[in-house]
Design a binder for this molecule. Structure first.
Ligand code: PEP
Length: 235
């Protein structure tokens, strides 16, 4: 399974280093065989000599250049980063990324062979509008995306569940993951208010290949517990 932590705009470089070291100790001491990914804040990217896969939360589709406030391929290469999160709802809805700009980013980092965790998910009004409208909305987020890309991981994250403590029912997750698996065979993660208290049951849902965790992953011991659930379920 794939267990990923999105640290968002939290932790300094020093704190992130400590976090990754604690995670690495846990993974090594417990002979964890799951794939563990961590997405630190941009300024906390650093050398990484652990088995934890460190990815970028964002980067501009460029090697370098005049793109104030952004980082590019060169900055990721400095730390041998080969994994990137693309299409997260906070970037779509707070930072105004369009499907067009997301596709440009996807294609750029795909060409470089990056592991791409591509996020999709519907806001509450779309869910409330019913199944058909919700699926149309989600389908539009697949437009321009190579769903057969070998290093693709998809994360289904309902926008209304992110950071809110709300989650779809397990039946809802099963139902939508079943539909999404028809669109792409890539590993499919669930994300949105996954916590120690619900991680095991979410991981146990059919067609859930892992989880993407935000707030709850800030507690390293909680994140380690979720990793242990995945390990247990994979036996
Ligand atoms: C996320 O930001 O990807 C996320 C899933 O956040 P949270 O776990 O806090 O809902």
């Amino acid at each position: 399974m794939i267990i990923a932590a999105n640290l968002k705009t939290n932790f300094t470089r020093k704190e992130t280093k400590q976090y990754i070291q604690e995670l690495e100790s846990y993974v090594t001491n417990n002979a964890i065989t799951q794939e563990v990914l961590v997405f630190p804040a941009m300024s906390s990217l650093d050398e990484n000599n652990t088995s934890i896969i460190v990815g970028a939360q964002n980067a501009y589709p460029t090697q370098e250049g005049a793109f104030t406030g952004e980082i590019g391929e060169t900055h990721l290469n400095e730390f041998a980063i080969k994994t990137i999160l693309i299409g997260h709802s906070e970037r779509r809805h707070i930072l105004g990324e369009t499907q067009e700009s997301i596709v440009a980013k996807f294609n750029y980092y795909k060409k470089l062979g990056f592991k791409i965790v591509y996020c999709i998910g519907e806001p509450l009004p779309k869910r409330e509008a019913g199944e058909q409208e919700m699926m149309e909305y989600i389908s539009a987020q697949y437009e321009g995306i190579d769903t057969e890309y070998e290093n693709l991981i998809i994360a289904y994250e309902p926008v209304w569940a992110i950071g809110t403590g709300l989650t779809p029912t397990l039946e809802d997750i099963a139902s939508i993951h079943k539909k999404l698996k028809k669109k792409s065979k890539a590993p499919l993660l669930y994300g949105g208010s996954v916590k120690v208290t619900n991680a095991k049951e979410v991981l146990n849902v059919l067609n859930v290949d892992g989880i993407l965790v935000g707030s709850a992953a800030l507690y390293v011991e909680h994140f380690c517990t979720m990793i242990s659930y995945a390990e247990e379920l994979s036996q």
